[in-house]
Design a protein around this ligand. Sequence first.
Ligand code: FAD
Ligand code: NAI
Length: 467
Amino acid sequence: MSEEIFDLVVVGGGPGGYTAAIRAAQLGMKTACVEKRGALGGVCLNVGCIPSKALLQSSELFEEAQHSFEDRGISVGSLKLDLKKMMDQKESTVTGLTQGIEFLFKKNKVTYVKGTASLQGGGRIDVTGDNVQTLKAKNILIATGSEVTPLPNVEIDEKQIVSSTGALELPKVPKKMIVIGAGVIGLELGTVWRRLGAEVTVVEFMDRILPGTDNEIAKTTQRILKKQGINFMLGKKVTGAKKTKTAVTLTMEPAKGGDEETLKADVVLVAIGRRPYTDGLGLDDLGVEKDKAGRIIVDGNFKSSVEGIYAIGDVIEGPMLAHKAEDEGVVCVEKLAGQKPHIDYNLIPGVIYTWPEVATVGKTEEQLKEAGVDYNVGKVPFMANSRARANGFTDGFVKILADKKTDKVLGVHIIGPDAGTVIHECVLAMEFGASSEDIARTCHAHPTLNEAVKEAALAVAGRTINS
Ligand code: FAD
Ligand code: NAI
């Protein structure tokens, strides 16, 4: 049994934890990272962001080849889906990236400890698994992430009733798929299987999709996805599931009360949110405080209620996003090293990788109205953007919200081709406190999708040129 003293032991090797560990080592801290899943990268790289994007890309190509190539004079004959090969491509992307982090750990001299950590107090961490050992640390950073929120009476078996993890590795395309929850996972993975041939119905408790997203964006998203073939049943409460060997029958009732209905499918995806994961860490015994949702409570330095114990990422408050976890990891350890970095939580972009993509940053119209802030709206459709026309993807729009008095950009909401990439000039502009005039006066290359951002900025002052 070894007992080294580390400056920092990070528990969890996801985007938050591995990024924090590398940055800490770069800052001269003797750092270890304990991860129990046998691979680094957390949910994001192993069963989240990356495999889902690999399947979104492959299924998008499949759909384009089926429906768009012919219009461009490209004839590919009859198409055949090789799902196994598609899954292999996804797997090799994941493996390449997770092994890449092991390489980065070596390069930056982070000690990678494979096993499950539990905190024993006084800076002691017991690691169980193949390599039982005890680590000693001056500081501990908890980055243990999140897990799927279960739905009562709809038990996940990862075969017929799946979470996102099972939905990323279905062995065949279901004929009918029900997705419970019209959030980010439901729409992204519903899209994947719809493109590959499943008949997809999304059942949502609220009377709208994507709660929290700008209303107009959510409505447009629903309209476009419906046009693509996804069915929506809104305002429905799922009450139970019955399984036979080949089918699942869901029972549901209107959220506001009413008669029970049933819906049958071969696969049901439960995607009603995620919850913080702290099982087995021993936090209660140490007195680490959590809120009602089970998130570790931290102060502005990511310090928990216990001296020397910090937390970041999905396990604390805020959007459950990889880039939020990463930024928190960096800021946390830089603060530990005496630096004074900062995160603007208002400027964390959110992207939904359907096609078209949805990308948002800053305030929604609903939030501005509620706060009594007067604002101007500049909105232009991608139909008016020459690159979108040339590419053949004209669905969607850019909407910029700017303060009525100062013209400062307060929010940007985009649905459209590559919206997740296009939005970043807006995030940067907002980070520097830009006005819509600043964006409108910035020379944008032609022909690019980003010209729609410039045009929307011009629209704020009612002086568009191309729309
Ligand atoms: P995690 O990634 O959850 O990592 C925590 C790690 O800690 C895990 O690997 C776990 O094994 C380990 N661990 C837990 N307890 C212990 C212990 N006691 N000892 C040792 N190790 C432990 N976000 C985006 O920004 N963009 C996306 O496109 C995106 N797509 C997603 C798609 C899906 C299907 C899902 C499920 C999520 C997606 N997310 C996306 C969210 C993103 O994955 C999370 O926000 C992110 O992974 C959180 O990072 P984290 O470091 O806080 O935790
Ligand atoms: P979510 O919070 O995005 O959406 C859950 C949806 O389920 C909501 O619309 C909610 O109203 C609905 N719902 C809740 N209870 C329900 C019930 N009993 N019956 C029917 N509907 C119900 O959660 P989701 O999609 O599971 O994603 C979890 C997290 O993962 C998100 O917080 C997101 O940030 C992250 N993620 C991010 C991605 C991205 O950045 N592109 C992709 C996938 C996940």
